[in-house]
Design a protein around this ligand. Structure first.
Ligand SMILES: Nc1ncnc2c1ncn2[C@@H]1O[C@H](COP(=O)(O)OP(=O)(O)OP(=O)(O)O)[C@@H](O)[C@H]1O
Length: 249
């Protein structure tokens, strides 16, 4: 089966700083794959490079069998959508939920907007009552549900999730994670998800890659991480630093 995402020797540099130093990765179709590593290890940069938000210096990115060039076309955004950490930053506060959901539909010229908006709102548990509220009138969890609805409205096959719940309270965090998991099952989506929280990654993902200083340290299954069957000291230290994770393991 064609992998959903295949990355080979990806390099990203910001001036002379090498944020990604030849990272390779394969995410199977329908899989949920995690990226972990300390702050600054390059996790977000990897997602942004796939989304075309930062340029690759070298290496290749292939999505659903198509190797990407420097620019992402409309067809790419129908396949791949990104959900960011901060639902306050990623949604315009003075736009209504309806307008936020209409925008991608207008860009992509979909005629069945009404149906898609209803479906997306239902799917994220908001319902029609939220449709004409402004983003600033919503709680953090509700905003993140809108951000997820917006990502789903073009019916992508891949979601890039950058710390999608780390700005939320613990109880809301669990609800949004459960929602994402439900949506993935229902729509048979592929997830590539960044989190600094190892418990979240092992809960949500089947496999993961550990990153440090712009490089891949090791690839593991969630059960290897839960069982502390890791090869590298760096990963062992991450596990140790993640106290909550040790408690629940
Ligand atoms: N636009 C940019 N310009 C310059 N440096 C950048 C830029 N974006 C990221 N970096 C640097 O690249 C490195 C990797 O950043 P990145 O955001 O990918 O890390 P991360 O692993 O996602 O960290 P965190 O968990 O803190 O979000 C960091 O040292 C960061 O300062």
């Amino acid at each position: 089966m064609t992998p959903a995402i295949s990355i080979d020797g990806l390099e990203v540099a910001f001036d002379r700083f090498r944020a990604l130093k030849g990272v390779s990765l394969e995410v199977k179709s329908g899989e949920s794959f995690g990226l972990v590593g300390e702050s600054g290890s390059g996790k977000s940069t990897l997602l942004k490079a796939i989304a075309g938000l930062v340029p690759a210096k070298s290496g290749s990115i292939t999505v659903n069998g198509k190797t990407l060039g420097a620019r992402r076309d409309k067809a790419f955004y129908r396949e791949v959508q990104m959900v960011f950490q901060d639902p306050y930053g990623s949604l315009h506060p003075r736009q209504t939920v309806d307008r936020l959901l209409q925008e991608p539909l207008a860009i992509h010229g979909f005629a069945d907007g009404e149906q898609r908006i209803q479906r997306a709102l239902d799917e994220v548990g908001l319902g029609n009552g939220f449709r004409f509220r402004y983003a600033h009138q919503l709680s953090g969890g509700q905003r993140q549900r809108v951000a997820i609805a917006r990502a789903l409205i073009l019916e992508p096959s891949i979601l890039l999730l950058d710390e999608p719940t780390s700005a939320l309270d613990a109880s809301v965090q669990a609800e949004v994670l459960n929602l994402l998991e439900e949506v993935r099952r229902r729509r048979k989506l592929t997830f590539l998800m960044v989190s600094h929280d190892l418990a979240i990654i092992t809960h949500m993902c089947e496999r993961l890659m550990v990153m440090q200083n712009g490089e891949a340290v090791e690839n593991l299954t969630a059960s290897q991480l839960i069982g502390h069957r890791v090869e590298k000291d760096y990963t062992r230290n991450l596990l140790r630093a993640s106290e909550g994770f040790v408690r629940t393991a």
